[in-house]
Design a protein around this ligand. Structure first.
Ligand SMILES: Cc1cc2nc3c(=O)[nH]c(=O)nc-3n(C[C@H](O)[C@H](O)[C@H](O)COP(=O)(O)O)c2cc1C
Length: 414
């Protein structure tokens, strides 16, 4: 009698756990049953998603997609940025193809700690210096963090709901196990009182089975990837490109502030990313920081006086030894022009101001610039681009004129 009472209680508890298991699966009522710690999350750096959430409310932004086009020396420098309550907890550099000894300089510096405890807005406004000896890696990291923070600002990081998935195979295993135990209990209950101990053992086994298998069946969907399907070129990326294009305007007044070496390199990289006819890249860039040279250019070129005020000027040149020979020889002009536009857009994107001041095809100007910069005959200066931090904030001109557009065939518009 006593034994059968205990048996009933245990069966009741078993049922309770079964119902509980089903409730969890259906309603997602309980959170974080099987919590995985932060280290597990970090190991999942290979994830292709942009944002995922750890069980403790930490949100992790991966820069693989959003900053995949930002390169250090050997390729992109993927990061994971851990955030909680809209503040950066830490920035972690994932595996990359930078030279290890070179990248060690980044790890040994405090670059990755520069953004700790900042909000996305603060991180975006923070000026972070690069690292000498690892300039390109550092620049890529700084830009990648900025991309991630732009992403964080654009998608106010809402808490993801920790939900649960259900493993049906385990669940059916659970049912089968319970059925076997119940049959065994029924069998042994007929053998009473000899097999009473065996009944207790089976009942406990049954109960343990329910608990363990239920726990294993329910897997929290932690670290789930949000925006998994998001393509690399998101609407936001597009608008960043378009925003830069439309925000660019010629800047002719500069603050007395030096342009960092990293930014100079970024300008040059952007310039050299331009398309060129048959990929000849028939160009050369003269970076001028010496006041004396800037003054000389500013005094000589009638429409480039501002070079005297600028901390930096880049002279975009055509290199005729690299140009196409024959009929396409003048393509270098378009190639160097495309590079110049890239440079101007990059300057805008980096918070700098710049202006194209023309040299080629005005022969006297070409000769004068060649003389000042000691250029050989085959290096033709296309322009001088003074660059600096803007001391003016002119509105971009609205140049949109639909009448400049003709569809399919020319139509005279009067
Ligand atoms: C081929 C070329 C030559 C230019 N030469 C000069 C120049 O010598 N001095 C100058 O201040 N701006 C020069 N500019 C800048 C233009 O004046 C400027 O791009 C134009 O007024 C449109 O303004 P935005 O750049 O603000 O859109 C030149 C631009 C181009 C494309």
């Amino acid at each position: 009698m006593k034994a059968s009472k205990a048996q009933s209680i245990i069966s009741l508890i078993t049922c309770f756990f079964l119902i509980l298991a089903v409730t969890i699966c259906k309603e997602n009522k309980f959170r974080n049953i099987l919590s995985e710690n932060e280290n597990t999350t970090e190991k999942q750096g290979g994830n292709t998603g942009i944002l995922r959430q750890a069980d403790d409310g930490v949100q992790i932004i991966s820069t693989r997609q959003i900053a995949g086009d930002i390169n250090g020396y050997g390729g992109s420098v993927p990061l994971e940025i851990y955030m909680k309550d809209n503040r950066i907890i830490k920035v972690v550099a994932l595996e990359n193809s930078e030279t290890p000894s070179y990248f060690a300089k980044v790890r040994n510096s405090n670059l990755l700690q520069q953004w700790d405890n900042l909000s996305p807005e603060e991180a975006l406004n923070k000026e972070v210096d690069g690292i000498s000896g690892a300039t390109e890696s550092a620049a890529a990291i700084i830009q990648s963090v900025q991309k991630a923070m732009e992403y964080a600002e654009a998608h106010s990081l809402e808490e993801t709901d920790a939900s649960f998935s259900f493993d049906w195979i385990l669940f059916l295993g659970l049912l089968a196990g319970i059925a076997v135990c119940t049959l065994a209990i029924t069998y042994f209950s007929k053998q009473q009182p000899r097999a009473q101990t065996m009944q207790y053992v089976l009942n406990f086994f049954n109960l343990a089975l329910v608990i363990v298998v239920t726990a294993l069946s329910i897997q929290p969907k932690n670290n789930q990837v949000i925006n998994k399907e998001e393509p690399i070129m998101t609407q936001d990326n597009k608008s960043t490109v378009l925003e830069s294009i439309h925000a660019r305007t010629s800047i002719r007044s500069y603050l007395p502030k030096e342009v960092e070496e990293e930014k100079v390199e970024q300008l040059l990289r952007a310039a050299m990313a331009a398309p060129t006819a048959t990929n000849k890249q028939p160009w050369a860039f003269i970076v001028i920081k010496e006041k004396e040279v800037l003054n000389e250019l500013g005094s000589t070129l009638p429409y480039a006086k501002i070079a005297k005020e600028a901390p930096l000027a880049i002279v975009v040149c055509g290199d005729l030894t690299k140009a196409i020979s024959g009929a396409g020889s003048d393509y270098w002009v378009q190639d160097a022009s495309a590079a110049t536009e890239n440079l101007l857009l990059a300057a805008q994107g980096l918070g700098l101001g710049a202006v194209w001041t023309g040299v080629y095809p005005i022969k006297e100007r070409v000769k004068e610039v060649q003389k000042i910069l000691h250029l050989p005959e085959y290096i033709i200066p296309l322009n001088v681009v003074p660059v600096g931090y803007p001391a003016e904030n002119p509105l971009p001109k609205d140049k949109w004129k639909p009448e400049n557009v003709h569809y399919n065939r020319w139509k005279e518009i009067r």
